[in-house]
Design a protein. Structure first.
Length: 217
């Protein structure tokens, strides 16, 4: 099972506020999610996919692509949403979970295939963000092998939790998955990267290359 946690898109990407207004941030969040779901839809041998969300726009996109929705009725945090969804998957007999975010518009099918190719029979695969601090993909076998705690500095805690299980842990550096869009500098990196995703075309229309990088805090 592949799980995508999606919080309230209308209030997404607050750290881009120095360069984008609320409406633009919401549009970018929806567009990035569309890019991620488009890539997943092109994967012929994909596992079942579910968005963990109660956001109306995200639910509509899930239906458009024919993916499932696990309601996030509590709407507390990404960590809580994935914990609840993981328990539901385990109850339904799922033997593995892959969690990926909704803000990695350069995601490629070959990266997803690589994760499953490298995954141990029991253990995990971790894909760090480009700065090495965050975690942008986690495959766990079995599905709830260890609890996840998402945030700006989640990679080292996840790696420690994975190692504590005494099961094999594989770390992969995958460029498309690694680039999550949180800060103004990430917009410039996305714009400069090869590709013609909807998100990249949107940034070109906005002339993002002319926006200041702003402070990254």
């Amino acid at each position: 099972m592949i799980l995508l946690p999606v919080k309230n898109l209308a209030n997404a990407k607050q750290r881009l506020a120095p360069v984008l207004d609320a409406r633009s941030r919401a549009e970018l969040a929806r567009t990035m999610l569309f890019d991620v779901l488009t890539t997943l839809s092109k994967w012929p041998d994909r596992p079942e996919i579910a968005l963990v969300t109660s956001d109306g726009a995200a639910v509509q996109l899930a239906r458009f692509f024919g993916f499932s929705v696990i309601p996030d009725d509590e709407n507390l945090s990404e960590t809580d949403a994935i914990a609840a969804a993981t328990l539901l998957c385990e109850t339904g007999g799922a033997t593995e979970t892959l969690i990926i975010p909704a803000d990695i518009p350069l995601l490629q099918v070959w990266e997803l295939e690589r994760i499953f190719q490298e995954a141990p029979e029991e253990g995990c695969v971790l894909v760090p963000s480009s700065d090495g601090r965050g975690t942008n993909a986690v495959l766990r076998r079995p599905a709830g092998l260890f609890p996840l705690r998402f945030g700006n500095d989640s990679f080292e805690p996840h790696l420690a939790a994975a190692n504590a299980t005494q099961k094999p842990s594989v770390v992969l550096n995958l460029p498309g998955i690694a680039l999550d869009i949180d800060l103004p500098a990430d917009l410039h990196e996305l714009l400069a990267s090869p590709g013609e995703t909807r998100s990249q075309r949107l940034l070109r229309r906005w002339n993002v290359d002319e926006l200041p990088l702003a402070a990254n805090e």
